[in-house]
Ligand binder design. Structure first.
Ligand SMILES: Cc1cc2nc3c(=O)[nH]c(=O)nc-3n(C[C@H](O)[C@H](O)[C@H](O)COP(=O)(O)OP(=O)(O)OC[C@H]3O[C@@H](n4cnc5c(N)ncnc54)[C@H](O)[C@@H]3O)c2cc1C
Length: 414
């Protein structure tokens, strides 16, 4: 198992639960035991929870209960699938510790890293992906006076929400004219941006960052129209990049979306290499290209499935609809299924709240965007998994037909 975080850990646990008694090695380049990332941009930033809440397991649970050979602080640097060999670098600068590990099967679970488009940004310009990143942002928030968030994706907006809850002025800079519309459509996106603005965040859309001012400490963010925003903390949240460079030369199929895997999780025909979580793009069940879901639930669902397929040679695919949540400005936002490939959208009104947005293709429900209303989100997950005909979905017929700018472009490998 390469990658000792959510997807790697859940695969190891599932392999043991399904009766695997052979040897298991879990390799991770971070020094930490496996931990959760969702709280990093939420309660860890605000200080409502300590870093310990993110811990997913203990060393003794891994090494004693699951009999895992745990290699933390070790990077995988090369793979030869045919020979069944994995190359590991030494810890830190200890090159002499480099070694080659043999395997019968290997699961790629190396996740993704935050994109950092700025070369050598000054101190005070941070990204957020790891526990160490979150602690650095939290420490800066304690003394910050003006916060700029670059990128209006969900992680960026959660950072904005955390900073606002601490009473700080926050400005979000977003390159797209309509933030989020590519992934969730114009209707849901405008609801999210209304929520963001109502909570006192200034948003500059259609603007990019040209430079940062201040040395050695950040004092401002210069936009492409020449305006300078005061800032002593800037958090860059412009997406994540799969950690797959170590697989180059392995002969496996790599794309910008990650390691390409079949719909049952295999990355090679022999069923020796498998992929789970944010590092990988699985072939869609309809055969139409590969999709990477950077979702907590996808990492867990894929881990369960791969453990079973790997052990019994099954070719099962995922049956649950993808689901991701985001907590911001006191609301839980839920995205279910595909919200970027649809031919019809309806807004289902709700008393005293923002409407849910339902997405359909060829007369069947394929996705939903829900503000709050956890129960509805879970029902939508069931309906989407069952590809429910829209006339059977409560609220669809009464829903206002939304005018979209055409179905979004899937963020996938092709
Ligand atoms: C700040 C933040 C907030 C989030 N909030 C939500 C949320 O609210 N809801 C939701 O559904 N999802 C959320 N997510 C997404 C969710 O956390 C991810 O989908 C999940 O972490 C994916 O797990 P993973 O194990 O595939 O990858 P990761 O968690 O990225 O773990 C991969 C591990 O592999 C290690 N690694 C990388 N390269 C190598 C190598 N060469 N050798 C050895 N080890 C390596 C990495 O350092 C890392 O430890 C959030 C993510 C972030 C960053």
């Amino acid at each position: 198992m390469v990658g000792a975080s959510l997807a790697g850990l859940r695969t190891v646990e599932a392999l043991r639960r399904h009766g695997f008694e052979g040897s298991l090695t879990l390799v991770g380049d971070e020094p930490h035991l496996p931990y959760e990332r969702p709280p990093l941009s939420k309660e860890v930033l605000t200080g409502a929870a300590e870093a310990g809440v993110t811990r997913l397991t203990s060393r003794s649970a891994l090494e004693e209960d699951l009999a895992v050979d745990l290699r933390l602080g070790r990077s995988a640097v090369g793979l030869d699938p045919a020979a069944g060999l994995l190359r590991l670098a030494g810890r830190g600068d200890r090159a002499a510790e480099a070694e080659t590990v043999g395997f019968d099967a290997l699961v790629v679970a190396t996740g993704a890293r935050a994109r950092q488009p700025f070369a050598e940004p000054p101190p005070g310009v941070l990204t957020l992906r790891t526990l160490d990143d979150a602690l650095a942002v939290r420490d800066r928030l304690r003394s910050a006076e003006n916060v700029v968030v670059v990128g209006a994706g969900f992680v960026g907006l959660e950072v904005a929400s955390a900073a606002r809850s601490l009473g700080l002025p926050v400005t979000v800079v977003e390159a797209a004219r309509t933030p989020l519309s590519r992934s969730i459509g114009a209707e849901a996106a405008s609801g999210v941006m209304a929520l963001v603005r109502e909570n006192g965040v200034t948003v500059h859309c259609g603007r990019t960052v040209r430079a940062f001012t201040g040395s050695p400490q950040l004092t401002g963010v210069v936009l492409d129209d020449g305006a300078t925003l005061r800032a002593d903390l800037a958090v860059v949240g412009v997406g994540a990049q799969p950690n797959t460079e170590w697989l180059e030369g392995s002969g496996l199929l790599l794309s910008p979306a990650g390691l390409c895997c079949a719909a049952d999780g295999r990355a090679d025909d022999a069923g020796r290499i498998w992929g789970v979580g944010d590092a990988v793009a699985w072939r869609r069940a309809d055969g139409g290209g590969y999709s990477r879901h950077e979702h907590w639930t996808s990492a867990c669902d894929q881990a369960q499935l791969v453990a079973r397929n790997l052990l019994d040679g099954g070719r099962r695919g995922l049956t649950a609809a993808p689901y991701v949540w985001s907590d911001q400005f006191g609301q839980r936002l839920s995205i279910v299924g595909e919200t970027d490939r649809y031919d019809e959208v309806r807004e289902v009104p709700r008393d005293g709240g923002r409407p849910a947005v339902l997405y359909a293709r060829d007369g069947r429900l394929v996705g939903a965007f829900v503000f709050g209303q956890q129960r509805l989100a879970m029902l939508c997950r069931r309906w989407v998994a069952a590809a429910a005909p829209v006339h059977e979905v409560p609220g669809w017929e009464q829903g206002a037909r939304a005018v979209t700018e055409g179905a979004g472009v899937p963020a996938d490998a092709g």
